[in-house]
Write a protein of this length. Structure first.
Length: 301
């Protein structure tokens, strides 16, 4: 397949390398406007998986694309895809993979002519430099269609799984997306604020904080019609913490590099949903506001 990865950050670069390694014709599109990109992909142990060269920012790649794989940050999704849409055929699959929820609510109408897929992954990656991406944590990917045309593209689960397993197709993505947001609500802001790796949250000093955040999120999820308990979500959070103990969260990386984070679509999304149900979420509000204050501080330097 002809696949264009829009937003080759850590996760976008990871998928670009694996998809090319699986035999697909993969190109990239980014704000840097370079004509080519060279990538070294290494494993969790540091061994070389592949070395690849990608054509970058060629209009023809958009025109001939079977799939546009949008892997930008949540707040960049609209500004990344909309200027390019005039070059993309309406049969081209638009696949969006990013953290958070609420990003595509308005875009679904604008992009209704296209098959739209939404994906969420627990694979972890780190870009050591612009040419080297490391697969730092094994995970799985959840995939589903957001409109009727997208729901007819279940074959994409097999395409992605062949490149980087496992990929699970869902008739509705509400549960896996909420689960990912809930876990990110705990791990991302705490690690970013305290400048720590994920594993540090396993310490007793964070136990009460984690329980309080989870308690609020479970209340909101239950009010939204999802069946979940505090114990089950805590189990999920701690499982991810153990699996990614040596990793830095994506929000930690954003804050440490003075980039805008996805907080509005993670804790911010939970707070907005809570307000619709008149639910109090002081811990999530505090985390949201603290990250926004950090972002505001360097934006005015």
């Amino acid at each position: 397949m002809n696949i264009v990865v829009l937003g080759p950050g850590a996760i976008g670069s990871l998928w670009a390398c694996y998809l090319k390694h699986a035999g697909h014709n993969v190109s990239c599109w980014s704000h840097t406007h370079s004509s080519e990109r060279d990538y070294l992909l290494t494993s969790t142990t540091g061994s070389t998986i592949s070395r690849s060269t990608f054509v970058s920012n060629h209009i023809d790649s958009l025109r001939h694309a079977d799939v546009i794989f949008v892997a930008t940050k949540a707040h960049q999704v609209a500004t990344a895809i909309l200027p390019l849409i005039q070059h993309i055929d309406s049969d081209t699959i638009l696949l969006f993979m990013h953290n958070g929820m609420g990003t595509l609510d308005e875009l679904l109408v604008t992009l209704s002519a296209y098959p739209i897929l939404r994906a969420s992954t627990s694979h972890a990656a780190l870009k050591h430099n612009p040419c080297h991406v490391q697969h730092t944590g094994l995970g799985k990917t959840d995939l589903g269609g957001l409109n009727p045309k997208g729901q007819a593209c279940q074959f994409m689960a097999e395409v992605l799984s062949h490149a980087l397993p496992d990929v699970n197709w869902h008739s509705t993505l509400e549960w896996p997306l909420w689960r990912k947001v809930a876990i990110n609500c705990v791990i991302n802001p705490l690690t970013a604020i305290d400048n720590i790796k994920n594993g540090a949250l396993l310490g007793h000093a964070y136990t009460d904080h984690i329980h309080a955040i989870v308690r609020e999120i479970v209340t909101v999820m239950q009010a939204s019609g999802l069946s979940i308990t505090q114990d089950s979500l805590l189990d999920d959070v701690y499982a991810v913490l153990h699996q990614t103990a040596h990793n830095y969260s994506s929000m930690h990386q954003d804050i440490s590099h003075q980039r805008t984070s996805e907080i509005d679509f993670i804790n911010g999304y939970v707070v907005n949903q809570a307000q619709q149900h008149a639910i109090s979420t002081p811990y999530n509000i505090h985390l949201w506001q603290t990250i926004k204050q950090l972002e505001h501080r360097w934006s005015h330097l």
